[in-house]
Design a protein around this ligand. Structure first.
Ligand SMILES: Cc1cc2nc3c(=O)[nH]c(=O)nc-3n(C[C@H](O)[C@H](O)[C@H](O)COP(=O)(O)O)c2cc1C
Length: 169
């Protein structure tokens, strides 16, 4: 039985998704920083959903939580568009096994919450991509230069459908 969501966010996109999912599934969502709080409420081996932002291909916080609770579903939140290749790289690179269903959803880039150095780096990356003749790269350039959120409720539809089926098992 699914007991809770644990999430790790850097600039807020994962938090937004975690709140929506928590409401729809009617289970609590805990920030990974609230370790003391969720340790009191959850037992080791309780089933949970883990949501983490993607940092250089890593689903942040996942290994920490994996050493305790039973993660039945992991939701990775990144900036890049979903693709089979991106998904497989995440799955393999983060050692996601068959008992842990992985989903990838798009968060975005929140320049306002990034430190000045990262902001600068993203703008440099954006300026390079901007020159590309590929529409895909120009869309990314726009995201890196201006910042953009792709958080949409409907991005959770497929995930909720899956989770509602396993929730009370
Ligand atoms: C240092 C850094 C590394 C990142 N690496 C990736 C990456 O490898 N793949 C990806 O899709 N997004 C990457 N991103 C983008 C974040 O995953 C994206 O902004 C996400 O929405 C952040 O979620 P949050 O707002 O909950 O922190 C990176 C962002 C930062 C700041």
């Amino acid at each position: 039985m699914l007991k809770a969501i644990i999430y790790k966010t850097n600039t807020g996109h994962t938090l937004e998704y975690a709140k929506m999912l928590s409401k729809d599934l009617d289970i609590p969502a805990y920030d990974i920083k609230e370790l003391k709080k969720f340790k009191e409420c959850l037992k080791i081996d309780d089933e949970i959903i883990y949501m983490g932002w993607v940092c250089a291909g890593r689903i942040s916080g996942l290994t920490k939580i994996n050493n305790g609770y039973k993660i039945v579903c992991t939701i990775a939140v990144g900036a890049y568009p979903d693709s089979k290749k991106n998904f497989e790289t995440l799955r393999i690179g983060n050692n996601i096994n068959d008992n842990n269903k992985l989903f990838y959803i798009r968060g975005g880039i929140n320049l306002e919450k990034l430190n000045p150095l990262l902001k600068k780096i993203f703008k440099i990356v954006g300026r390079k991509l901007e020159k590309s003749d590929k529409e895909y790269n120009r869309e990314l350039a726009n995201m890196f230069i201006k910042g953009k959120s792709f958080v949409r409720k409907e991005n959770l539809d497929k995930i909720e459908k899956y989770l509602k089926k396993i929730k009370d098992k």
